[in-house]
Ligand binder design. Structure first.
Ligand code: SAM
Length: 215
């Protein structure tokens, strides 16, 4: 498949699967029209890059379903000046989508191989505002905190207290919570130093968040 075909499929996915299923934030839709998802999957899966599904990547992990990436990104309500933290870099795809919208993206991946491959791909694609680090993301990135938005792309047993504490006042944390087969996407907004509001955004399915404040 050539670049034009991928681009057509990308536009089709955004209009048919994202806009029609309730994604309203034009900046999220535009970002997803720009990021070439086919570059974030293995050679044998490129022709399936624009199916609205998660796909396998290295280290037995997954690149998330495009609709879920859009829902999570929209829920962060980012401004162009935002500084965002992502936990679970995986392929680097969601980090690229965030980087199209926010000013600075910090992303942490526990698998060294994935951290390395996504960092080099993001740099190759020209994303100068993404910083990738290998480690346990449940502990956040204290040196770069506080953040306007934090998004966790793996499901934990609870909302990590450390991540909540790294939010700016007014900032939002979006994370799947629960055991395999019974997870919900939740959004926590920090209203004050010790004041948080949590909303349920519906059922989801994610790989487990492994770490000190994860499983
Ligand atoms: N955002 C990714 C993308 O666009 O490809 C999808 C990532 S996948 C669903 C979840 C990722 O979270 C996996 O790569 C997994 O290794 C990683 N992960 C799990 N626990 C983690 C932790 N404590 N810190 C950092 N990454 C973690």
């Amino acid at each position: 498949m050539d670049e034009t075909t991928f681009s057509q499929q990308r536009h089709w996915l955004v209009d048919r699967e994202l806009r029609n299923r309730g994604i309203r934030d034009e900046r999220v839709l535009e970002a997803m029209k720009s990021v070439p998802r086919e570059k974030f999957v293995t050679e044998d899966l490129k022709d399936r890059a624009y199916e609205n599904r998660p796909l396998p990547i290295a280290s037995e992990q997954t690149i998330s379903q495009p609709l879920i990436v859009a829902i999570m990104t929209e829920a962060l309500e980012l401004t162009p000046a935002a500084r965002v933290l992502e936990i679970g870099t995986g392929s680097g795809y969601a980090a690229a989508v965030l980087a199209e919208i926010a000013q600075e993206v910090f992303t942490i991946e526990r698998h060294p191989g994935l951290a390395e491959s996504s960092a080099s791909l993001l740099s190759e694609l020209g994303y100068r505002n993404v910083h990738v680090k290998q480690g346990d993301g449940t502990l956040g990135w204290p040196e770069e905190s506080p953040f306007d938005g934090i998004v966790v792309t793996a499901a934990g047993p609870k909302i990590p207290a450390t991540l909540k504490s790294q939010l700016k006042i007014g900032g939002r944390l979006v994370i799947p919570v629960g055991e395999s087969g019974d997870q919900n996407l939740v959004r926590t907004t920090r209203h004050g130093p010790e004041e948080y509001e949590t909303e349920d955004l519906g059922p989801v399915r994610f790989v487990p968040l492994i770490g000190e404040e994860g499983w």
